[in-house]
Design a protein around this ligand. Structure first.
Ligand code: NAP
Length: 270
């Protein structure tokens, strides 16, 4: 039975999860709370009506609190530098310095290169690449000072170079560029902060049934057998957000092989 363990392995730890109003971010927030973390959930959608998509920060926090966990939400638009700075400042004011940063939020447009608008390119790069970079800059000084911290960036197999036979419909080039940059950022930062005892890793989900995936119609007859339970991603993120920073850092992991390597089955979520 899924439950919150207030004395779990993340007891006393403060986790900040972006994109926690729905989908994978919501699941990650629940998983970290189950281990006793104090979880700050962030996104733009606080209440029903703020977005056309299902899911709200309020509902994520209610779900965690109903199970006995500790969570709060801070509304922030990650395309805004002011919001990013306010997000971290408010998180610290509420729960104390951030121990675990999960960069999960993403906005994605699938459009071929030839007609990709600059405005959308900039927005994707801002939310998917620069926001994780900037949020890391904002939490790193206190992690360094305390010689402890975990950053997990959520990537995608889209970051891998396409191989023949090509899917000529395409449209995922910019998404792949964002995720490739995020992965290279991860391994670079992991090496920079290794001596400070800070772990920086990637979890790369396969296809997961989320509101975002539904919008893009990514689950169909050809792909339905590849759909991965959301619990796998949440478990993999929890493990990389709590592992030994000396050995579990600089990794770019797919959830299932990582859990297999660790000999762990994913927990049900509260
Ligand atoms: P989703 O259902 O579309 O949710 C995306 C989240 O990001 C939402 O909480 C959304 O919240 C937030 N977000 C978007 N733009 C934002 C902005 N400007 N400021 C703040 N928050 C923003 O996505 P998902 O499927 O759960 O995917 C989560 C992550 O996994 C993404 O990084 C995605 O690339 C990656 N991924 C997913 C899959 C999959 O199959 N689902 C596969 C590979 C990788 P608001 O709209 O409330 O702001």
């Amino acid at each position: 039975m899924a439950k919150v363990d207030p004395n779990g392995s993340l007891r006393g730890k403060v986790a900040l999860v972006t994109g926690a109003s729905r989908g994978i971010g919501e699941a990650i927030a629940a998983r970290l709370a189950m281990e006793g973390a104090k979880v700050v959930c962030s996104a733009r959608t606080a209440e029903t009506g703020d977005s056309k998509l299902p899911g709200t920060l309020h509902a994520t926090v209610d779900r965690i609190r109903a199970a006995g966990g500790d969570a709060t939400f801070i509304k922030a638009d990650l395309s805004s530098a002011d919001d990013r700075e306010r997000l971290v400042a408010e998180a610290v004011a509420t729960y104390g310095p951030v121990d675990i940063l999960i960069n999960n939020a993403a906005v994605t447009f699938f459009i071929p290169v030839e007609t990709f608008p600059k405005k959308r390119f900039d927005l994707m790069m801002e939310v998917q690449v620069w926001a994780p970079f900037h949020l890391s800059q904002l939490v790193l000084p206190s992690m360094r000072e305390r010689r402890s911290g975990w950053i997990v960036n959520i990537s995608s197999p889209a970051g891998i170079h396409p191989k023949q036979p090509y899917n000529r419909r395409g449209g995922g080039t910019v998404y792949g560029m964002c995720k490739a940059a995020l992965e290279r950022f991860t391994t670079g930062l992991a090496s920079e902060v290794f001596d400070d005892n800070i772990a920086v890793n990637v979890v790369s989900p396969g296809l997961v049934d989320t509101p975002g995936v539904a919008v893009h119609g990514l689950i169909n007859e050809q792909t339905k057998d590849r759909v991965q339970p959301i619990e796998f991603i949440a478990e993999a993120v929890y493990r990389l957000a709590s592992g030994d920073p000396k050995t579990m850092t600089g990794r770019v992991d797919y959830a299932e092989p990582l859990l297999k390597e660790l000999g762990i089955a994913p927990s049900e979520l509260v």
